[in-house]
Design a protein around this ligand. Structure first.
Ligand SMILES: [Zn+2]
Length: 123
């Protein structure tokens, strides 16, 4: 089911870089009991490799500054984690992109998601 939904959502392209090289489902840890479209994205061979290795090629990774504005939380989260794994975090565009996506380097989760959960608790 999720596979069909994501194939439709992604138009068969990598949701991070729009690449067409073997796009496949990629689930972001920690994995929920039920696979969720908010924790899963379509990623090409290169992006899957970068996420698995937790290492990206900074020169080829400028598409991430666009991906951090994606409307899908799974894409923003994946992009944020890839940026955190960048070898040289002193690179100014990487710092800007990390700030834009607002990921917590400690938990490797988006802060926006935490904030909305907190405001729920206040009601
Ligand atoms: Zn890609």
């Amino acid at each position: 089911m999720l596979g069909k939904e994501l194939t439709r959502r992604s138009h068969g392209r990598c949701e991070l870089c729009e690449g067409r090289e073997e796009p496949r489902l990629y689930e972001l840890d920690p994995f929920p009991d039920e696979p969720s479209p908010d924790r899963t994205l379509m990623a090409c061979a290169r992006c899957r490799r970068w996420m698995d290795d937790e290492e990206i090629v900074v020169m080829e990774a400028h598409f991430l500054s666009g991906a951090v504005w994606n409307e899908l939380p799974a894409v923003r989260l994946a992009a944020g984690r890839m940026l955190l794994s960048a070898e040289d975090p002193e690179d100014p565009w990487i710092l800007d992109a990390i700030e834009a996506v607002d990921i917590d380097p400690r938990t490797r989760e988006l802060r926006i998601a935490d904030a909305s959960m907190e405001s729920e608790a206040w009601r």
